[in-house]
Design a protein around this ligand. Sequence first.
Ligand code: ME8
Length: 501
Amino acid sequence: MAVFYVTTPIYYPNAPPHLGHAYTTVYADILARYHRLRGDETFFLTGTDEHGLKLQRAAEKRGIHPKEFVDEMVEKYKWYWSLLDISYDRFIRTTDEDHEEVVEWALRELWKKGLVYKAKYAGWYCVDCEKFYSEGEYEVVEGKPYCPIHKKPLEWLEEETYYFKLSEFQEDVERILSSGDRVYPKQYAGEVLGKIRDEGLRDVSIARPRERVWWGIPLPWDPDYTTYVWFDALLNYLTGAGLLRDPQRFQRLWPAAHHVIGKDILWFHTVIWFSMLLALGLEPPRKVLVHAFLINRGLKMGKSAGNVVWIEDLIERYQDSDGLRFILARIFNLHKDIEVSTELFDSIYNADLADNYGNLVRRAGTLVRRKLSGTVEGRLDPKIDEAIREAVKGYEEAMEAYEVSRAVEAVMGLLRRANAYINETRPWELADPRDPLYSVLEAVRNATILLHPVIPKATSRVAEALGFTLSYEALGVPQESYTVRDAPILFRKVKRGGPSP
Ligand code: ME8
């Protein structure tokens, strides 16, 4: 049985998730649902990155303990993900006991292997990124170093710390990035390689003095230090796969690991993560799937830019989670940034969901009920048969290449073809409309199965109303007859105005 293990980044729960986080999470969910539909053993991991200075400060601001703070925020994340029908198999928290065990194990391994040493560090730090910036990496505003992502002044830090010998892995990481296909799209591997060639790999600090950052996992050999939040966080992917507590499951899942990330955290998920894994004697993940940003009013959407779009506002505008899930799938882009706008979102929703899909279901269902009392058997028109095969092939190729928006486009093509076919064959005027209506239902059935990972609710409703099952094996295998129980209106068009991104 094929195995598919997919992860999202674990998000910082210092604030609730916004549309940018939904973008990643919905994409990962679609991949997971697609693999489940195909019958693969699928495991989908998401969660929260709860330690470190950023969370410590957020809790201090509220005057509560960080654990209390993150416990509250985690409930919000879970609420948002249930609003969006995210079908994760585990919601991992870096405060989970099994995760803390994995972090301690990993630290001990590196310590035993002599890959960690103590030395002084001095440098500029961005708390929002939880990352040090070296010269050339940061921006300078009025003579002061600024974070290039958050546009905030960096903080100067000088302290004794523990380093991980990242520099020892330079050749291995370069070899993996240049020869394999572990990073998709490939352009991102090229970007990382360019940076390595320009700057080389410097050893990386993996600890913080406890007196400054106490909210984290203590180093097993020196409790005056707390584990660096990124070192802690990346290991969640091993915990989630069952590294220490279920080694058999881990053996099955790890070779099938797919990490979905935004391009902002590419360095961590390639250079640092691959080196950590090599140091631990483990394989790099099968695939790091990197996507570009959602942009709003010209800037990367984010809390610090003050341009976030809230998930609940869009769910309200598009009436249910399916509308928003579909829009995100349709605009999803690994390669380039996408600017969000009400016009764009409305036009996708109205044209693809309300007109193309929704209208076809409504028309076909109504005609079968009115003209044939709800039951139809017939011959599949070879033109529709061909359109179905083409769509299934295009969809599958795109999905296997992780190109969800292209997969959706293949289905839209089939639905457009079927709408045109109704207009051409005019079944409402025919004395015997069985063949064309049967052919249209075949198109609807196949399209519905293919869309199931994207819009699970609406497709389940259609399957129920038109009388078929959402089975991947049934694609391209004509169903003998249909008994149509209902012709639902799936998506009501939106008009200009109302809440907007
Ligand atoms: O980086 N466009 O957490 P985070 C697209 N805790 N994607 C966006 C986005 C936007 N405008 N804004 C956010 C962290 N994202 C770490 C991860 S993993 C071991 C640790 C998405 O809460 C995108 O996936 O800052 C990005 O990589 C992630 O949110 C960053 O989430």
